[in-house]
Ligand binder design. Structure first.
Ligand code: DC
Length: 207
């Protein structure tokens, strides 16, 4: 069973994907982390994230980089969004994601293009979203709790820039798959959002 969870930054898709994986006893892959690692490795190599050749050179990042807590920072998210526009980067990460999805028993993957490109035949596709205001508030609280001193205005500007880049890039843009189930959790807290996601997936599987 493959469950695809897509959505914009700070929509709560990661929390939902993790909870679905636990609920259904499936392995989970946060595909955004792969792009974050490529972004960070590009900078570590002294490269420019907007240069396709520099970014592609960084796809061979060591697996240990995936455990670097800095990958969760806003700065790493912005770098990931920049390297993720490059066709070569997406192509290099494609097989790794498809292999994860294809493991016996299935998997839950979250990202931007899981339901459209990585696993178009997924059994269930969720598109998780929330208003910009709700997402900015969440991301702000999360950043402060991690000790990152950022203002709400900075978060809003970063969200808007990332939404714009992720939705309008030529390669595998963030778009709701035609057969995805929409979950707008603007007015739900994390617990209610997870409960609703589980309900929607169970309903889809029973149909
Ligand atoms: O989900 P995230 O915030 O960790 O993702 C960081 C960036 O990586 C996001 O802004 C765009 C890119 N990304 C992507 O292009 N495709 C994916 N499947 C996952 C992430």
């Amino acid at each position: 069973m493959i469950i695809a969870v897509d959505g914009p930054t700070a929509s709560g898709k990661g929390t939902i994907a993790k909870a679905l994986a636990t609920h259904f006893g499936l392995p989970h892959l946060d595909t955004g982390l792969l792009y974050r690692a490529v972004g960070k490795q590009t900078v570590l190599n002294g490269g420019n994230p907007d240069d396709p050749l520099d970014a592609v050179r960084a796809v061979d990042f060591p697996d240990s980089l995936l455990d670097d807590p800095d990958l969760r920072s806003e700065a790493s998210g912005a770098l990931a969004s920049r390297v993720s526009v490059h066709k070569g980067v997406r192509a290099a990460l494609l097989e790794r994601q498809r292999a994860f999805a294809a493991q016996p028993g299935g998997a839950v993957l979250d990202g931007r293009d899981i339901g459209t490109v990585i696993a178009p035949d997924a059994d269930v596709k969720l598109f998780v979203t929330a208003s910009v205001a709700a997402r900015a508030d969440r991301r702000h609280a999360e950043s402060l709790s991690r000790g990152h001193a950022v203002t709400l205005d900075e978060i809003r500007a970063d969200l808007a820039a990332r939404d714009e880049r992720d939705r309008n890039r030529a390669e595998a843009p963030l778009v709701e798959a035609a057969d995805a189930i929409l979950l707008d959790n603007s007015d739900l807290d994390a617990k209610a959002s997870v409960a609703e996601a589980i309900r929607l997936v169970e309903e889809a599987l029973a149909a």
